[in-house]
Design a protein around this ligand. Structure first.
Ligand code: FMN
Ligand code: SF4
Length: 393
């Protein structure tokens, strides 16, 4: 069921493809300048500056370039890209076409989460409509030499395939395993060619930026985090759902918006994020404070947070690709330690082992999955000391 969405950027009104028309009017280098000046950072979680990414691909010396939209959305508790693909697909595709124009790409791919297969017919219909209206294809909107088209490829449910280099491996028909970086996709991406990979929300925001300008975008949010963020709120609240909030919004405000009561903890950033206690509900959603790809899970006082940590660790154990030792071997050790904690048999030494292993995994794992697999567990142990007891060794 379609619901009216409100928000300052993504859900603000705009005529479909007016951002693209403006892009063609102002020209390629001005588009790159708008993106850089807007200070937009990637909405997929890592927060890399989009202007830098686009510029690296635009200046790469290869005639063949790609634009990929990462619609894998595998982080537990995240469902904001689903809303964009379902209700705002034109905006997302518009952002991709603008990107192609700016960086000089002629092929685009939407990498769609396997579980979102039901959106496929409607998305294909939108692309066909765009082809009919000369918004895809040859000499787009009469711009000579501007040729670009988008195809859709489905993932098959591996969380690690959301990581940009495993996503490329998967698209190329290999096992979805992260590559060593460098080289980065901006230089050596899909099929060895320079590739921009951005999140669904990043592309949607850019369509608005090119229409309304970088100053407008920077007037919303905080100094270091311009614009807004889509958050997917789930858990113990009356009004779960997708909200567009300006960066700088506090956890307290989110709890009010969603009518959450008796909240004990808020997990910001999904399984790979941090679990925040009541004393920190004044903290803000922003890259400089609490960064998130979009997942906010609310836990009321009746929740057992060790059980929450177990749930997340079980998820990572299932989803680790097994390629590197700290992640493959570290997660099962954390699971054993957690089991000891749940049985009230863990010692201070076990706790120290957990913190030290988490640090090693953060420093030595090959990709973000292993680097952040212990994050929620460690924050639960640090922020909720009353939730567990230790035995004397
Ligand atoms: C394990 C793992 C899963 C990821 N899953 C996603 C995902 O589902 N969607 C996404 O946009 N980015 C995901 N990322 C981040 C991507 O690697 C990449 O940073 C992002 O697609 C870049 O787009 P952005 O700059 O617009 O955020 C994931 C990263 C890791 C390590
Ligand atoms: S950190 Fe984990 S998921 Fe990432 S490459 Fe290593 S084993 Fe694979």
């Amino acid at each position: 069921m379609t619901k009216t969405r409100k928000g300052p950027i993504i859900f603000s009104k705009s005529k479909p493809f007016s951002g693209l028309k403006n892009a063609i009017d102002i020209g390629r280098s001005e588009v790159l300048d708008y993106v850089r000046k807007s200070n937009i950072k990637g909405r997929g979680g890592a927060g890399f500056p989009t202007g830098v990414k686009w510029n690296l691909t635009a200046t790469a010396s290869d005639k063949k370039k790609y634009v990929i939209c990462n619609a894998d959305e595998g982080e537990p508790g995240t469902f904001k890209d689903r809303v964009l693909l379902d209700e705002y697909a034109k905006l997302v595709f518009e952002g991709m076409v603008i990107c192609a124009f700016a960086v000089g790409a002629d092929e685009g791919i939407l990498y769609l989460r396997g579980e979102y297969i039901s959106f496929l017919p409607e998305l294909e219909k939108t692309l066909n409509q765009m082809r009919k209206n000369n918004l895809l294809g040859k000499n787009i909107l009469g711009k000579k030499g501007f040729n670009f088209d988008i195809k859709i490829r489905l993932g098959v449910g591996a969380y690690v395939c959301g990581e940009e280099t495993s996503l490329i491996e998967s698209l190329e028909g290999y096992r979805g395993e992260p590559r060593n970086k460098p080289p980065f996709p901006t230089n050596t991406g899909f099929a060895g060619h320079p590739t921009v990979i951005n999140n669904v929300e990043t592309f949607a925001a850019i369509a608005h930026i090119i229409l309304k300008g970088p100053d407008w975008f920077r007037s919303i949010g905080t100094e270091k985090s311009s614009g807004s963020k889509l958050i997917s709120v789930s858990g113990d609240c009356k009004k779960p759902g997708v909200y567009e909030i300006p960066f700088g919004t506090t956890i307290k405000k989110i709890l009010k918006l969603t009518e959450a009561k008796d909240t004990k903890a808020v997990e910001v950033g999904g399984a790979s994020g941090v679990c925040v206690a009541k004393s920190e509900f004044g903290r803000k959603i922003a890259y400089e404070d609490l960064s998130t790809g979009g997942s906010i899970i609310i836990f009321s006082k009746k929740r057992d947070l060790l059980e929450v940590a177990k749930n997340f660790l079980d998820f990572f154990a299932e989803e680790s690709c097994g390629q590197c030792t700290p992640c493959r071997e570290g997660i099962p050790v954390l699971q054993e330690k957690l089991d000891k904690l749940q049985q009230k048999k863990a010692t201070k030494g076990d706790l120290e082992d957990i913190f030290s292993l988490a640090e090693t995994m953060y420093l030595a794992s090959k990709c973000g999955l292993g680097q952040t697999a212990a994050s929620a567990f460690v924050s639960i142990l640090s922020n909720f000391k009353k939730d567990y007891v230790l035995v004397k060794s």
